[in-house]
Design a protein around this ligand. Structure first.
Ligand code: CA
Ligand code: ZN
Length: 303
């Protein structure tokens, strides 16, 4: 399988990037990724002053996807995530959305047998992994968007749905799409309130293809259970409205529900959730259960 090593990285999504690898549509490939600190923090003694802040949130890539043209909707299948090292978290004064923290600490944590070992002052916790990808996307048409920022192109969505078995849909802006990802978390709660999850190097297996669904509101995610619209804006009010509007558009214009049915069902079985509140714009998703649409005869997005 074609593989890109974790030294083939970029720090901003930009159409100027040179592709590091080319893949055919539906071809499986592997990206080896550093953690979001570029693997610079290896022990609890590595405090933040050892960090080269120019090497934060590396994404491996970009990968040129053959046949992709600007305006195409690209489906990115996350087939597998394998952790390749320990996890690390940091605290610092004013980190993320938790105003009470004053002290800078680095905490390195072991991963084994599907669990992360989290030390606490009251004893160690063993918590099950929930692997996900923080930074994932295609380059924008113009400009340069640092990997720390989320947006229409994807980027630092920090969305827990970007997990093995899920497909993320992003609209391509350039030939080949220019795909990259990184910032894997072994575990992270919705919101990512401390501005980091369990930051972990990984080996990610993916495949990509163009989907014939031109008006899909992207970023859009599906997994076995839900369809989700993913929206990023400067405030949570703007982000949740956009996520709701995009799901309503999907249900009415693509799945074919009348307005009233879409509205009633969104309110009955749809879930509005935070992806992250710290990147520094806000990313919010609206999840709608696939099983309900299947009962109404919607057969899903074209494969
Ligand atoms: Ca992140
Ligand atoms: Zn991260």
């Amino acid at each position: 399988m074609k593989t890109l090593k974790d030294d083939q990285v970029f720090y901003a999504f930009s159409p100027e990037l040179e592709p590091k690898m080319s893949v055919a549509q539906n071809e499986s490939f592997v990206l080896e990724t550093c953690d979001c600190f570029a693997n610079q923090l290896t022990s609890n003694d590595d405090t933040l002053d050892v960090l080269d802040w120019n090497r934060i949130n590396p994404a491996t890539g970009p990968v040129y996807i053959e046949g992709v043209k600007p305006g195409d909707i690209v489906r990115i299948d996350i087939k597998d995530i394998e952790l390749t090292g320990k996890s690390v978290m940091i605290t610092m004064a004013g980190a993320g959305a938790i105003s009470g923290i004053t002290k800078a600490e680095t905490t390195v944590m072991e991963n084994a047998d599907g669990f992360i070992h989290v030390p606490t002052a009251m004893g160690d916790l063993k918590l099950p992994h929930e692997l996900m990808i923080g930074v994932i996307g295609l380059v924008p048409a113009e400009g340069s968007i640092p990997n720390g920022n989320p947006g229409k192109h994807g980027g630092n969505l920090d969305c827990n749905l970007n997990a093995p078995g899920a497909s993320l849909y992003i609209e391509a802006s350039v030939d080949g799409g220019l795909f990259g990802c990184g910032d894997v978390h072994a575990l992270m709660g919705d919101g990512e309130v401390l501005v980091c999850g369990a930051e972990t190097p990984a080996r990610i297996t993916l495949s990509t293809s163009v989907v014939d669904q031109p008006n899909l509101p992207t970023p859009f995610i599906e997994n076995d259970d839900v369809y989700a619209t993913v929206a990023t804006a400067p405030t949570s009010d703007e982000a949740y409205k956009m996520a709701i509007d995009n799901m309503f558009y999907f249900l009415t214009e693509i799945a074919g529900l009348p307005d009233g049915d879409a509205g009633r069902l969104m309110s009955l079985v749809g879930d509005l959730k935070f992806c992250q509140v710290v990147d520094p714009e806000i990313t919010i998703r609206f999840e709608f259960p696939k099983s309900v649409l299947e009962k109404l005869g919607y057969s899903g997005l074209p494969r």
